[in-house]
Structure formats: structure tokens, C-alpha cells
Design a protein around this ligand. Structure first.
Ligand code: ADP
Ligand code: MG
Length: 370
């Protein structure tokens, strides 16, 4: 993976190994930034912020990340460039549309920068779930796009008091119900994996669509959504926008029998987020038959050394992982079989010189550059 002018990283070439890659450094040296760059390469956006422009190193005109993905023996070079005006996505050196770009490299992220998924607004939760589900199922991405379009059109009809509102209502019910059905399907699968998965503190975790929304059939979803907009008819006239539908739905996350958004300590919040990320990773591998790349930032902030070691081995036995830590001793303990990199002042140096200067961010069938 090559990084240029992102956050405090001026220029880095990181030659990743196929299993565990450990990034070790003190605070504010660039560990999260490196993982963020890998996330940017996969998704075209930062996992830390919605304002991708903020990633560009202060004083630099543009920021870039590039990498090679090896899948089924085929190599693809991906690149993302972000600047003040626009973002460019490249596949094998040529400009690519988002549609062509996405899906070539998938990551699953755990970072305390994402605690807002647990503690923040419902919008954060919906985004989190929608992005994970869209990464898994292209049809989900399509359902999302369709819904955004119909929502805009229905809002415009409500806004201007147009007579064709009824027509938009029908489309809205049809497409909104499809998205809800897909969301509830994704969450059903995710929670199955979550329930049998990793429990950092022996607590149980749960995630589900808001009450009354968890129907497996599209027909039942349509009936529910139709009843909701009927019930909100006069409110919507007054507000002149859509007040019910998948763009407003709640997603509940629980630790034990308590609402994680309200009652969880920040430690429990981090544990819940880690458990969710690992479940998403497992689900992705089960459904796709190939792993997503795990980006686990400050993993040991939540776990003791032994559990961290077990978890790292576990995750990297199944696929590639980029893990950051501030504990050098910890890196030594996990060192065998892992590639270890030191991160200091935006510079990334492999622990062993032979690990050289090139890079790979692969998905499956990962091989070393020679
Ligand atoms: N756009 C930017 N340009 C330059 N430096 C930045 C930018 N954004 C953040 N930084 C700096 O990058 C440093 C590394 O941050 P981070 O990757 O979060 O460190 P770590 O995860 O190792 O604690 C911080 O000192 C931060 O102030
Ligand atoms: Mg960090």
C-alpha cells in the first residue's frame, strides 16, 4: 500500500503480509491514519469523518493512496486521490466511476473513532449498517440508491403540495418496504453471528431493527409502511417532508439487557463495537467465501494482552488484518508470523529490513510481492 500526503503521513510504502500486520507506535504518530488510508482505498471515504477533504495533509494539494488487490490470481491496482474539489477513483491506472470501483476491496473496521455508531444518533447506526450490508450485497446498494431517489421525489411532492403525491406514495411504499426487508434480513444474519461470536467481557450483544419493523416478507413490510404514512398524513402535509420510512428507522443495539446508546459505559460501548465488527467480518466471509480485510485500531484498548493475542491470531488465520497498538511489548508477543511496522511521526518502517518497500492490500489469495 502506498500513501501520500494523508494526515501526517507524507509518503509511505507499506508492504503488507497476507496475515497479521501490526503497526506499533506512540500516540499521535499516524497509526490510525494508516488504517484510515487503507479504509479510504477500499471505500473511497474515511471511517473517521464524513469530511474526506480533512484527510489531506496540511499544506499538500492532494492526498493519495494506492494498492494492489489480488483476487483469484488476478491483480488489480486501485487508487484514490482526494483534493479540495474532487475525488478520483482509479482502477489499473484509469479513472473509474464509483459503480465500477466499489466492491473490489472490502474492509471491516474497528476503531474507537467510530464509537458514535453506539453512542451517536440513529443516523450513524443506519449508515454503519447500510454500508456493511451494501458491501456484502450489491442488491442492497441498489435498494439504497432507489430509496434515496424516491425519497427525494416524494419530499419534493410534499414540499410543493403537488397533486401527484399519491403516485409517489405507492413508489415510496414499494421501494421503502424493499429496503426495510433487506435491512431486517441483514440484521437477522448479523445478530446470529453476533450471538455466537466474540464476547470481550462475557457480555451478550444484540442488534435489531426498531420495534415492529422486523418482518421477513416484503408484503408485510409494505403493509406496515403504508399504515405508517397513512397515520402521519397530516403531520407530513404540515412538515412538507417524509416523516416515516427507512431514513428514520431506529436500530437498537444492546449490551446485556440494556440499551447501549443510553446505558453502556464507554468500555462496554467499545466492546459492543468490536463484537459487531468481528461479526460483520465473519458474516462477510461466510456469505462471500472470501475474507474482507480487518482494520483493527487500538485493539488492545479494550482487551487484556492474552485475549488480544488470541483474537489477533484468530482473525489473521482467516484473512488479512491490519492492527494497531501503542504497546511495544504486545507487538513482541504477537510478533511471530506477523509483520511488524514502527510508526513514528508519520513514517512507517518495517521491523525487518528485508520486508522492504513495496505494498499489497489484497483481498484473497494474498501473495507477497517479489
Ligand atoms: N490533515 C492533516 N495534516 C497533517 N497532520 C494531521 C492531519 N490530520 C491529523 N493530523 C495529525 O496526524 C497525527 C497522527 O494522528 P493519528 O493517526 O490519529 O495518530 P495515532 O493513531 O498514532 O495516535 C496527529 O498528530 C494529528 O494531529
Ligand atoms: Mg489512533
Amino acid at each position: 500500500m502506498q500513501v501520500r500526503d494523508l494526515r501526517n503521513i507524507r509518503a509511505a510504502e507499506v508492504r503488507l503480509g497476507p496475515g497479521l500486520n501490526l503497526f506499533v507506535g506512540r500516540n499521535a504518530q499516524g497509526k490510525t491514519s494508516l488504517l484510515e488510508a487503507a479504509g479510504l482505498l477500499a471505500r473511497g471515504r474515511s471511517f473517521r469523518t464524513e469530511h474526506t477533504e480533512g484527510l489531506v495533509r496540511h499544506g499538500a494539494p492532494v492526498g493519495q493512496v494506492g494498492g494492489i488487490v489480488v483476487r483469484d490470481e488476478r491483480r488489480t491496482t486501485l487508487g484514490v486521490e482526494i483534493g479540495p474539489v474532487r475525488r478520483r477513483l482509479r482502477v489499473d491506472g484509469r479513472d473509474a466511476s464509483p459503480r465500477d470501483y466499489y466492491g473490489r476491496l472490502e474492509v471491516v473496521v474497528y476503531s474507537t473513532d467510530r464509537l458514535r455508531v453506539i453512542k451517536g444518533s440513529m443516523r450513524e447506526r443506519r449508515l454503519y449498517v447500510d454500508r456493511a450490508a451494501a458491501a456484502l450485497w450489491p442488491s442492497y446498494r441498489q435498494a439504497l440508491r432507489d430509496y434515496e431517489r424516491v425519497l427525494q421525489q416524494r419530499n419534493a411532492a410534499l414540499e410543493s403540495g403537488r397533486a401527484d403525491l399519491e403516485i409517489w406514495n405507492e413508489r415510496f411504499v414499494e421501494i421503502g418496504a424493499r429496503l426495510r426487508q433487506r435491512r431486517s434480513e441483514y440484521l437477522r444474519r448479523l445478530r446470529t453471528v453476533l450471538h455466537r461470536g466474540f464476547r470481550p467481557n462475557e457480555e451478550s450483544y444484540d442488534i435489531a431493527l426498531g420495534e415492529g419493523l422486523d418482518h421477513p416478507s416484503e408484503a408485510a413490510q409494505q403493509a406496515t409502511l403504508r399504515a405508517e404514512i397513512e397515520a402521519r398524513r397530516s403531520d407530513e402535509r404540515r412538515a412538507r417532508r417524509s416523516l416515516a420510512g427507512p431514513h428514520r428507522d431506529a436500530i437498537s443495539i444492546r449490551v446485556g439487557d440494556r440499551d447501549a446508546g443510553l446505558d453502556a459505559s464507554s468500555g462496554q460501548g467499545r466492546s459492543a463495537l468490536l463484537a459487531l465488527s468481528l461479526a460483520a467480518l465473519d458474516l462477510y466471509r461466510e456469505e462471500r467465501g472470501s475474507p474482507a480485510v480487518a482494520l483493527l485500531d487500538d485493539l488492545d484498548s479494550e482487551l487484556d494482552e492474552e485475549r488480544t493475542a488470541v483474537l489477533c491470531r484468530d482473525v489473521s488465520a482467516r484473512g488479512q488484518a491490519l492492527v494497531s497498538t501503542a504497546h511495544p511489548g504486545w507487538a513482541r508477543r504477537l510478533g511471530q508470523g506477523a509483520r511488524v511496522f514502527r510508526v513514528a511521526d508519520g513514517q512507517i518502517t518495517p521491523e525487518r529490513a528485508s520486508e522492504g518497500a513495496m505494498f499489497v492490500v489484497p483481498d484473497q489469495g494474498i501473495r507477497r510481492e517479489s
